[in-house]
Design a protein around this ligand. Structure first.
Ligand code: GLC
Length: 428
């Protein structure tokens, strides 16, 4: 139990795979959710997007179905991003979705739709707020070169802003039923905004009081306040550990194409295979994957993202057993080249994922005599095991190195569930 309490991460490490959703006014500009920062856009210049926000093709049931079919078990949506726009009917500002042409609490509709598909609910809430009248100038602010700090900050009060955050978080955590994840973003104490400005202690205590089981991320600049670590846009090379070297709960958040918000002209989309490998890499190192989509301003998830979600789904349909309830393999089991293990400690099954399909044989070091049965997970077809070491001069078959076990593989794989083939190994 951390200094500020802790949430229930049991379901979290079991479920492994969630959907991140970045959706706000920035989807209209369609050139990154940081566009207000990069192009130094003022509140006045940004007003036109608020005045015209009208996602007429919004159908959260479609988002939720796509997430469930991809194999995702929870989702985290931006209730407010750095631009300050609120996706729900908050009492504490007029800068909210119900005052745009769409005129509805879209957050509620999203929550209802995802719950109906059986997914758990997470809220992202930005600590930064470039629209709020009490939020002071700093080097990340859109107005940083356009105004004089002293003038801009006159009358602004970060303490009032911290109260505003607590009021909003109270709404979010009391008016939408059970919330499973709270995702605060982010702190930059070295550049003037950290736990003091956010009043993080009070904020985390509030969150824990309102939703005792909730899983909270680690971006409040308050050691001991978070349940999970959150590496972003890279895959750690190994499991993450605390100061004492003990494994911690972590969740990598990733994009399909680089931007979190919808970005029309971005060309760096990852392939389906890369995405599946990313999921496997996360789980094999003890992490979750929170995979992002940025819906368009009309309210739908575009073809490029849908194709990748479908790619996840096509693979997960056959292979989810190697993901749910799984984590890293025991330390003495070292995966062969181009392969990753995941392990389900409850069922004692080891999963071999082959990023490159070996020709006819793969040798598994240290597993001699330890496997009862092996099968290709995609179609449940037996994979023959060879345990004994063949004589030195044998040229009839690939030699099994001492202590290893050899799997005899088909040259050609069946067509479904084999974008990344998985072999399920039943330990004795
Ligand atoms: C960064 C960015 C933000 C994004 C987040 C997701 O902190 O500021 O735009 O929402 O990462 O992890």
């Amino acid at each position: 139990m951390g200094k500020y309490g802790s949430g229930d991460t049991k379901w979290f490490v079991h479920d492994r795979f969630g959907m991140f959703i970045h959706w706000g006014l920035y989807s209209m500009l369609a050139r990154h959710e940081w566009v207000r920062n990069t192009e130094q856009i003022s509140n006045e210049e940004y007003q036109v997007y608020f005045d015209l926000f009208n996602p007429d093709l919004f159908c959260p049931q479609e988002w939720a179905r796509a997430a469930r079919e991809a194999g995702m078990k929870y989702f985290v949506i931006t209730t407010k991003h750095h631009e300050g726009f609120c996706l729900w009917d908050t009492k504490y500002t007029d800068y909210k979705v119900t005052n745009t042409p769409i005129g509805r609490d879209l957050l509620r509709e999203v929550v209802d739709a995802f719950r109906a598909e059986g997914l758990r609910v997470g809220f992202y809430y930005s600590l930064l707020d470039w629209h709020h009248p009490d939020f002071t100038l700093d080097c990340l602010h859109p107005m940083r070169t356009r105004v004089k700090a002293e003038e801009f900050n006159r009358g602004r009060d970060m303490r009032r802003y911290a109260q505003y955050m607590r009021d909003q978080v109270t709404e979010l955590l009391t008016q939408y039923g059970k919330i499973d994840v709270m995702w605060f973003d982010f702190s930059y104490p070295e550049r003037g905004k950290g736990h003091e400005q956010w009043e993080s202690e009070e904020l985390i205590r509030l969150v824990r009081r309102l939703q005792p089981d909730i899983v909270v991320d680690n971006r409040l600049d308050l050691p001991g306040s978070g349940d999970i670590q959150t590496p972003e846009q890279f895959t750690p090379d190994a499991g993450l550990v605390d100061e004492e070297g003990k494994p911690v709960v972590w969740e990598g958040c990733q994009t399909f194409s680089g931007s979190w918000g919808y970005f029309r002209d971005e060309a760096s989309w990852k392939s389906v295979k890369m995405c599946i490998e990313m999921l496997i890499n996360h789980v094999s190192r003890g992490g979750n994957l929170l995979m992002n989509v940025g819906p368009t301003s009309r309210g739908y998830i575009d073809d490029r993202a849908m194709a990748r979600l479908a790619g996840f789904g096509a693979w997960m349909k056959y292979n989810s057993r190697s993901i749910y309830g799984c984590g890293p393999a025991p330390a003495d089991m070292v995966a062969p080249p181009d392969c990753r293990y995941t392990y389900n400690a409850e069922t004692k099954r080891l999963y071999l994922h082959c990023f490159a399909w070996p020709f006819r044989h793969v040798h598994l070091q240290g597993l001699c005599g330890r496997i009862r049965y092996a099968q290709l997970l995609a179609d449940g077809s037996e994979i023959k095991i060879r345990d004994e070491v063949l004589p030195e001069n044998s040229n009839l078959n690939s030699r099994t190195p001492g202590g290893a076990l050899t799997l005899e593989l088909p040259v050609v794989l069946p067509g479904q569930g084999t974008e990344v083939p998985v072999i399920e190994l039943f330990l004795k």
